[in-house]
Design a protein around this ligand. Structure first.
Ligand SMILES: Nc1ncnc2c1ncn2[C@@H]1O[C@H](COP(=O)(O)OP(=O)(O)OP(=O)(O)O)[C@@H](O)[C@H]1O
Ligand SMILES: [Mg+2]
Length: 472
């Protein structure tokens, strides 16, 4: 799960990186281009001011040419340049004033230029008026004073200053604009190159991660199929052996039935001593076989999770007393001192029949391993943190530490000289563990070679209305 999330995160990051890098290049380029356009606008503006200055100079020359021509010829046609110049000059001056509002030097130049222009116009007007009123000579004489030429020179001088100022600005602005153009193209080239590189790296990373993911998914699918197959096979096997075990039990009922009948003189007649012994052997072996088949069936049921439990409220001390009653005959035969040291009176909700089964297995084991004389087995139940902890303690030969791990595995038996006398198939503890765990508990042991073994199992108070143990 964790791996999958990390994978997805990496892929998302790798996909976002190119978008982020191209986006960054785009934003930087946008600002660079805007500043470049600004610089270019300034350059164009400077050109406009220069053009407007030239236009004013030309208009003033037209005014001069028109008035001079009229003074010499007296022909109103010669006045045409003058008339057109007069009609344009005011708007031209207004326009240049507006264009240079931000430049105090140019505003000062315009302040110098306007009186000169006015003076020049009034001089031209005077020439025209002299021609009109006094005659051609008077007009020509006025021109000959060279006052008009002087005024025109002054105007040219101021316009020249204005153009110089603009040219200086033009140079500055052109170089700024060029630098900005260079910056823009550098940013775009470098940014795009970096973004392409990031995209390539991201693509490779995504590709690799995808491949890994595909691989993992493939393996997962294969594993899933394998697990399913194994489960099916396991279930089929378990079901078959459960069926076989069940079928084996049926003839045993008949065998033990007939064996009992044989022993009954009234039914099939009296048997001699040897015959009775043979029938007894058949009976006891049948019981053993029945027990073995039951154990195998229980183990199978546990594997298939089909073991049935019947939970109900019961008194723990009753269950413990029952153990003494059930096993007293066996204990007497084997001369074992069998005691119940339970002190508390507790009530619990669990399955007493299955707990009996656990006790039976543990007690039978203990009986087989205690010494032939002086054997003791103690059973106990006590409350611990809301659960009941039981134990079966013997003073048998004990189980070496290194052998303890395998004890709860199927068909596991410790290889000792006692093995033969003990018999068994190695299913008892497996069944105990299965029952205890199915009831929500745990089982464990403490054992010392030569001193004895204690099997513990903890059972929770499962399923009662009040989870706490009830004292009775
Ligand atoms: N109280 C004990 N003291 C010493 N060894 C024990 C004790 N209980 C169990 N063992 C060892 O653990 C092994 C496994 O016990 P388990 O009850 O699972 O199988 P079993 O008794 O051999 O066969 P089954 O119980 O199926 O008839 C036993 O064979 C025995 O070697
Ligand atoms: Mg056993």
């Amino acid at each position: 799960m964790f791996k999958k999330t990390t994978h997805t995160k990496l892929i998302v990051i790798a996909s976002l990186l190119p978008i982020i890098s191209f986006g960054t290049v785009g934003v930087i380029s946008y600002y660079e281009i805007n500043s470049f356009i600004d610089d270019e606008n300034w350059v164009r503006h400077t050109h406009q001011v220069i053009e407007q200055s030239d236009a004013i100079e030309k208009t003033m020359l037209d005014i001069e040419t028109g008035s001079r021509g009229y003074a010499i010829t007296g022909n109103p046609i010669s006045l045409a340049p003058y008339t057109s110049g007069i009609s344009q000059i005011t708007s031209q001056l207004d326009s240049i004033r507006t264009l240079t509002t931000d430049n105090p030097i140019q505003q000062a130049n315009i302040q110098k230029l306007i009186p000169l222009v006015e003076e020049k116009i009034s001089f031209s007007n005077k020439t025209i008026a002299l021609q009109n009123n006094t005659g051609k000579d008077a007009g020509v004489q006025n021109v000959a004073t060279l006052e008009g030429t002087r005024l025109m020179d002054n105007i040219r001088q101021v316009i020249g200053d204005m153009k110089n100022e603009e040219n200086t600005l033009l140079e500055q602005r052109a170089s700024v604009s060029q630098a900005s153009a260079q910056n823009t193209s550098n940013t775009i080239i470098a940014g795009t190159a970096i973004a392409i590189l990031i995209t390539m790296i991201s693509t490779i990373a995504i590709y690799k991660k995808m491949q890994q993911r595909d691989q993992i998914e493939k393996v997962n699918i294969e594993l899933h199929f394998e697990t399913e197959k194994l489960k099916e096979r396991d279930n089929a096997k378990a079901e078959l052996s459960a069926m076989v075990s069940h079928e084996l039990k049926t003839p045993l009922v008949t065998i033990s039935g007939y064996a009992e009948m044989l022993k009954d003189e009234a039914v099939l007649g009296a048997l001699n001593k040897e015959q009775i012994h043979a029938v007894d052997t058949i009976s006891s072996q049948t019981v053993k076989l029945e027990r073995l088949i039951s154990d195998i069936m229980d183990a199978q049921k546990m594997d298939l999770k089909k073991m049935k439990f019947n939970k109900r409220d019961f008194a723990i001390d009753d269950l413990m007393d029952e153990q003494i009653q059930i096993h007293s005959k066996l204990m007497d035969e084997k001369k074992v001192r069998f005691t119940n040291s339970t002190k508390e009176k507790l009530k619990i909700k669990s399955d007493p029949d299955r707990l009996n089964q656990v006790f039976a297995n543990l007690i039978k084991n203990a009986v087989d391993f205690v010494p032939p004389s002086g054997g003791t087995i103690e059973i106990n139940a006590a409350r611990k943190n809301g659960d009941v902890v039981f134990y079966v303690k013997d003073n048998g030969n004990g189980i070496p530490q290194e052998k303890q791990d395998g004890l709860f595995k199927k068909f596991y038996q410790i290889d000792t000289s006692l093995k033969r006398s003990h018999g068994g198939t190695g299913l008892g503890l497996v069944i105990c563990k299965g029952i205890v765990e199915a009831l929500g508990g745990t089982i464990w042991l403490e054992s010392q070679v030569g001193k004895g073994t204690t099997f513990w199992f903890r059972i929770p108070n499962n399923g009662s209305a009040n989870h706490d143990l009830t004292e009775v």
